[in-house]
Design a protein around this ligand. Sequence first.
Ligand SMILES: [Zn+2]
Ligand SMILES: [Zn+2]
Length: 244
Amino acid sequence: MRIVLLGTGGYHPNDRRHTACLMLPESGIIFDAGTSFFRVPQYMQTRDLQIFLTHAHLDHIVGLSFFLVPMLTGQVDSVKVYGEASKLDAIQAHLFSEEIFPLLPDYEFITLPEQVSVPEQGTLRHINLEHPGGSVGYRIDWPGHSLAYVTDTSHPEQHLEFVKGVDLLIHECYFPDEQAEWADKTGHSHTTPVAELARDAGVGKLVLTHIDPQQTGDDPVGIEVAQKLFPNTILGEDLMEIEF
Ligand SMILES: [Zn+2]
Ligand SMILES: [Zn+2]
């Protein structure tokens, strides 16, 4: 399996990172629709897409308004957008309000059921996360592979059971440990608790994403701190492709 990190930044884009969107091109599965969602068409390999939104903060949804051309020109047959009911309502009422973006692309909005079937015999489940307004984390289990995507949350230890044993954990790490106090205030994570989660949950690999856009250098979160606790940790970068 292959996942492409289309966007690895939090809050707003910068010269290095666009905001959240991850894609499994062969399966047509997408997580979040941040500013990097404009990159989806060039990676599309299926005519049906399933988009799973973690929540409706702008850095995770604004890209839904970028998809009009692929839809109008018939590059896809169906696009299902999954999320919590209150978030989907807010998107339709506000992002696609007459004054903001007057043409609603032909999305099928679906309130997240407990389980969703995805291609290659996969089953997707979600968990509620602590974050202002709430967010959900996702896990997909296929025969022989598994993946979890957890972003916009301040207490990594709370979803230990949910991510247990996944081959690949993609987890937010907005702040380095030095800014732990800000992590709590803003509902985001910092390095040590994320790496401890990966270690304690026995995951195969940890990828850090949703990085503070004010940090544009090569080591925004203290990667060595994470690798000391969980050696198989890497920092996500835009357009990175990961096999798992
Ligand atoms: Zn975010
Ligand atoms: Zn958020």
